[in-house]
Design a protein around this ligand. Structure first.
Ligand SMILES: [Mg+2]
Length: 393
């Protein structure tokens, strides 16, 4: 299968959907928070589990001690903070606030981003980025240390742990962002492989460059055709050789107008090639939501606290929270599902705003669940615990 076909397949998985029939049924509903006084719409449906729709975060804040916060799509749009986000963080400052971002960059980058957006980074108890977890794991694998830090995932699959026992230099091939890829890899103890042929590991942290020690093919400067040819050839050879891959950002789509692909699409394309060539997908390690590794790292200091994940993406934030056994607060009027939800809401009439939102959201979740096999939910039906329009107080 040509790369272009695989890439198209991945994008269909990531952003596609299918038609849905009307399924809404009303049901009785009781809230869990005894102190709550304001309206929470009682809705349920036959196809997905009950959940609440709340006007804003203050309606549910008493239910939780720990808030795991996604960044892009919840707190900012890639450039500026959304309205009301600085205020809601201020109201929640006595809670444990933990950033859990699928950014493939190290946590210092998120500290800079938070500062630029106007936040005081010290308000956050911890900042967990996929890029930081990947860095710590890569550093551990390249070192002689037997004791892993608390940032290294508890469970490391054998193909990756085997890399630790190597005595010679560990060589890596990179699908990168074009922004500091080589520095990132070398500062955690790896060197770029001369080519995919002598790579011990692939790191997927971006969708703009294909990088080894002898060449760099850049989508923007060399053109898409050259990039995709290098991309496909490297993935194909890697699959034939059975090279393990770490995906530093499982996201598949950037939540902007272009809906451009993210490193998760590299992982999914590689999964398909590995199945064809090796009949296995055990050679891919995704670090980030919805996978357990980042939730374990984020929550390890709060085992008995009531935790929730605030996120905009069903496939990562909501699916990951459900898999981790914590509640999810799905933000729907910003972020990756905003257009999907808006389209549903605009086609339904004679309802109040919150009720319209609830109806639209249930249709979007139902559509997601209909194609769940094609997502990280792997066939599981998912449901948020609470839906809110925005991350606002
Ligand atoms: Mg997001």
């Amino acid at each position: 299968m040509r790369f272009q076909e695989l890439a198209r397949l991945c994008l269909v998985f990531a952003v596609g959907g299918s038609s849905v029939t009307s399924f809404l049924l009303r049901d009785s509903f009781s809230t869990r928070s005894a102190g709550r006084t304001e309206t929470v719409s009682p809705m349920s449906c036959a196809a997905v589990a009950d959940w609440k729709v709340a006007p804003s975060i203050r309606h549910i804040s008493d239910d939780y001690d720990v808030f795991l916060l996604d960044m892009w799509g919840v707190m900012h749009d890639g450039n500026k903070a959304y309205d009301g986000v600085l205020d809601v963080v201020q109201h929640l400052k006595d809670k444990e606030l933990i950033i859990v971002s699928n950014s493939s960059k190290r946590k210092e980058n998120s500290v800079k981003m938070l500062t630029k957006l106007g936040f005081d980074p010290s308000v956050f108890s911890k900042i967990v980025t996929s890029g930081e977890v990947a860095f710590q794991l890569l550093q551990y694998l390249a070192s002689s240390e037997s004791q892993a830090s608390s940032w290294v995932p508890k469970t490391i699959p054998k193909p990756f742990l085997d890399l630790k026992s190597r005595t010679e230099s560990r060589k890596v091939f990179c699908f990168g962002s074009g922004n500091g890829d080589q520095e990132y890899l070398e500062s955690c103890g790896w060197i770029l492989a001369d080519s995919i042929a002598n790579a011990d590991l692939i790191v997927a942290r971006g969708t703009f460059v294909v990088l080894d020690a002898s060449s760099i093919v850049n989508k923007n400067t060399d053109g898409k055709e050259a990039y995709f040819e290098a991309y496909h050839n490297a993935l194909q050879e890697a699959a034939e050789r059975g090279i393990p891959m770490i995906v530093c950002n499982p996201d598949k789509v950037r939540p902007d107008a272009e809906k451009s692909p993210m490193p998760g699409t590299v992982g999914v394309a590689y999964e398909n090639l590995l199945i064809l060539n090796c009949d296995t997908t055990d050679l891919i390690l995704y670090l980030g939501k919805p996978f357990a590794n980042v939730y374990e790292i984020a929550l390890q200091d709060y085992p008995d606290k009531r935790a929730c994940m605030v996120g905009d993406a069903l496939e990562t934030d909501v699916t990951g929270a459900q898999a981790a056994g914590i509640d999810s607060i799905w933000v729907v009027r910003n972020g990756v599902h905003n257009d999907d939800v808006a389209a549903k809401v605009n086609t339904t009439k004679n309802k109040d705003e919150l009720e319209l939102l609830d109806i639209g959201c249930r249709q979007v979740v139902e559509e997601f669940n209909q194609r769940s096999e094609e997502t990280y939910a792997r066939g599981q039906k998912i449901s948020p615990t609470v839906t809110v329009p925005y991350f606002r107080w």
